[in-house]
Design a protein around this ligand. Structure first.
Ligand code: PLP
Length: 354
């Protein structure tokens, strides 16, 4: 749903680059070789807006969408229609069964209980195998019985724990998964998330499941050249002021001016997801200049040093430096958190919106 539906002007907006989104999906689809790339749009499309993302990726040719729960499936089901498939990664609980049976989406069955629950539905499903992450999924040993025999399994999948690192666990998981595949009959096999795609053809199978990299995240340097930033937070200057040497700024006076200089107070704070971990390390951009965050970030406000652009005035817009790898380094937050933290107060403006 478009959570932000007010008509009032807001002092902060999220510019969302449609071309970058589509170009990222195409790049990941290409990098997936003979496998086709789907799209993880869980958590409202990593905070950017699942409906708007699904619409654009449907046009681009994406045919598999991954959400966490049945509400998230319902949120996009009218867009995917009969043309694409939705997989519900958290599977299906008793409390969800009737909703699941009424939904066009398929569950990713993660446990023997879930398999028993779905067995008589006559409906398609996916099956998740635990190849070593020990999060969701059936252990390979659980596949020996006949429980899976009468399921209509579209995808059998597994999930990589450390694909963003060069560690033995990747090859170990691959070997475990390959072994387990001998025991499951499914139409398609899926293993790789964004980082897994960059691990090469052995990891691609039939379908890949990128999320982060669609939205501009770069989990491995191999993706650096092709992945473009999608989400660009921007906000207005609410006030500028001249600090005198010795003046303290913000909560708990975490910044004291050493010399006289100008600062701007801009309309973005931790309630927008711009967390305190950017204090002293984040920056904004105006006229191509980097403007450092000064002192503590407030709920709705951040102070920045505007010595490099003294012409900045109330009402001017500045961009938040939000290149995900760099912002992750600056804040200590993961690239995933940087996306999903982005608050609901931003007006979300897609570049191709009418
Ligand atoms: C979230 C998720 C993905 C997407 O992962 P990224 O690292 O964002 O590319 C793929 N598969 C599963 C099972 C997931 O939970």
């Amino acid at each position: 749903m478009d959570r932000f539906s007010g008509d009032m002007p807001t002092p902060a907006r999220l510019r969302l680059d449609s071309d970058a989104l589509v170009s990222n999906w195409r790049a990941l689809d290409q990098l997936s070789g003979s496998a086709s790339a789907g799209a993880a749009v869980k958590a409202d499309g990593y905070g950017l807006g699942a409906r708007e993302i699904t619409k654009r990726l449907m046009v681009a040719g994406c045919r598999d969408f991954y959400v966490a729960n049945w509400q998230e499936a319902a949120d996009i089901a009218d867009i995917t229609g009969d043309t694409a498939q939705i997989s519900v990664l958290n599977g299906v609980q008793d409390s969800e069964l009737s909703a699941a049976l009424a939904s066009p989406a398929k569950p990713v069955l993660n446990s023997m209980d879930q398999i028993a629950r779905w067995k008589d539905s006559g409906r398609p499903c996916d099956v998740m195998i635990n190849s070593g992450m020990n999060r969701l999924g059936l252990n390979p040993g659980e596949l020996d019985g006949a429980e899976l025999d009468h399921l209509d399994i579209d995808m059998v999948m597994s999930h990589l724990a450390s694909a963003d690192e060069d560690v033995e666990q990747n090859a170990e998981q691959l070997a475990t998964f390959r072994d387990a595949l001998k025991k499951v009959q499914a139409r398609r096999i899926s293993f790789a998330n964004s980082a897994g795609i960059a691990l090469g053809p052995d990891y691609h199978f039939d379908a890949t499941r990128p999320g982060l990299a669609l939205y501009g995240g770069i989990p491995r340097m191999e993706l650096d050249e092709q992945i473009r930033q999608v989400a660009w937070p921007e906000c207005q200057v609410l006030q500028t002021r001249q600090l005198r040497a010795g003046d303290k700024l913000g909560y708990n006076a975490r910044y004291t001016a050493e010399v006289d200089h100008r600062v701007a107070i801009v309309a973005m704070g931790y309630a927008d997801g711009y967390l305190r971990s950017f204090s002293g390390s984040g920056s904004f951009i105006a006229e191509g200049q980097n403007l450092q965050v000064l002192g503590r970030i407030s709920m709705d406000l951040t102070a920045i040093d505007i010595r490099a652009v003294p012409s900045l005035r109330e009402g001017d817009w500045v961009s938040c430096a939000y290149d995900l790898p760099k912002a992750s380094f600056a804040s200590g937050l993961s690239q995933y958190e940087l996306l999903t933290n982005l608050g609901q107060r931003f007006t979300r403006n897609w570049t191709d919106a009418p």
